[in-house]
Design a protein around this ligand. Structure first.
Ligand code: GDD
Ligand code: MN
Length: 365
């Protein structure tokens, strides 16, 4: 009997791309017991409405429509958990992944008795047309770092960030459940939680230019990548959010040290006068960066952004006072060294700020 295959297609504003893609994928029902799941994150261009309409005449097509839960990794996870196939294939729905690769990936998975087959843009027989030189170089670097942080058993894989992969659902469901959707890329996270136990292979991908619309990859994704690597390197012990908060905190350290210097040298203030101003500047800069990166899924905007800043300064004022107090005390008692005086204060502040502002400013546990 033909295996049951579920194809998971994450969409965000792909109205112009999804119909031609479905037209190319549906003929696979002649070979497989096919199911296609489109996981849409409340697209604003009518993607979901179009798929819903197409599904009326096509029982193999299902729409999963999500509101208020966005993110590519989480859409893929939801699609895979909803899938009813023996095998599942995940691919982009913007036309960049060639439908012809689907059959090849499935055959490789079945013939080799494997768990996971990746469509690789960096395979010897692959080609890339749809990426700018900058994106291609970025991907190559990202792959090198990712390889370094993953189990050695995956050392031969060439595309750890791919959005195209086929897998066996039954044995992998517990791992799929365990994937942290705040992670950078679903595939990378899956490999990381599998601890090197998956039997894997790659097939070449002929990466195409996008047909309609534009890529959703932005700066925040690069931030997620950095966090994912550090998270992996900490043996997945440090929480992602704490790592992000600490990196932002480190930027705040620079802001504070630089502001003090500026205020002392340009404005001619004494250290004791410059310090409180520099601390508030650093706290505000931390707040804005955290809002844009660490807590972007709970991002505050407009008036709430201002209220949040006040709350953040309030929450931080206890340690800020401690920071100023400690730094001043250090300066007058221990050593007249402005650098170490400030670092001593900043260190004490980190733990309190992280715990308290997660809870009270962005309302996360
Ligand atoms: N449901 C859902 N929710 N789908 C999303 C979201 C989201 O938040 N963001 C993006 N998508 C869908 C897009 O509609 C598209 O079908 C697919 O995910 C890939 O998104 P693109 O925005 O086209 O990504 P890309 O082409 O820049 O990135 C490619 O390279 C990455 C590695 O560098 C893709 O192949 C990625 O899958 C790949 O990881
Ligand atoms: Mn794309």
């Amino acid at each position: 009997m033909a295996p049951r295959v579920s194809i998971v297609l994450p969409t965000y504003n792909e109205r112009g791309n999804i119909e031609p893609l479905l037209a190319q994928l549906l003929p696979l029902q002649q070979r497989f017991d096919l199911e296609i799941l489109v996981v849409d994150d409340d697209s604003t261009d009518g993607t979901a409405e179009l798929v819903r309409q197409l599904a009326h005449g096509e029982p193999r097509l299902r729409l999963v429509r999500r509101v208020g839960r966005s993110g590519l990794a989480s859409a893929i996870k939801e699609g895979l958990l909803d899938a009813t196939g023996d095998l599942a294939v995940v691919m982009d729905s913007d036309g960049q992944h060639e439908p012809a690769t689907v059959q090849r990936a499935i055959e490789t998975l079945l013939l080799g008795d494997l768990d996971l087959v990746i469509g690789s843009r960096f395979h010897a027989e692959a080609s890339i047309q749809g990426l700018s030189d900058r994106r291609e170089t970025g991907s190559t670097w990202a792959n090198a770092w990712a390889r370094f942080s993953l189990p050695a058993a995956y050392g031969q894989l060439t595309d750890l960030m791919s959005g195209f992969f086929a897998l066996r659902l039954d044995p992998l469901l517990p791992l799929i459940r365990a994937v942290d959707v705040n992670g950078f890329k679903f595939l990378f996270e899956l490999l990381a939680v599998s601890r090197g136990r998956l039997r894997t292979a790659e097939v070449p991908l002929q990466f195409q230019p996008r047909s309609y619309g534009s890529s959703k990859l932005d700066l925040a994704i690069f931030w997620d990548f950095l966090i994912s690597i550090l998270h992996s390197l900490s043996l997945r012990l440090l929480p992602r959010r704490a790592i992000s908060f600490a990196l932002v905190g480190a930027s705040g350290v620079l802001v504070q040290l630089a502001s003090t210097q500026l205020l002392m040298q340009l404005a001619g203030l004494g250290f004791e006068r410059a310090l409180p101003l520099a601390v508030v500047t650093a706290a505000s800069s931390n707040y804005l960066i955290n809002n844009a990166l660490t807590f972007r899924f709970q991002r505050l905007q407009g008036l709430a952004l201002l209220q949040g800043l006040l709350k953040f300064l309030l929450v931080a004022s206890l340690p800020v006072l401690a920071n100023v107090g400690l730094a001043s005390a250090f300066y007058s008692l221990v050593a007249r060294d402005t650098f170490w005086a400030q670092l001593a204060g900043i260190l004490v502040v980190f733990v309190w700020n992280y715990a308290a502002s997660s809870r009270f400013v962005w309302n996360t546990p």
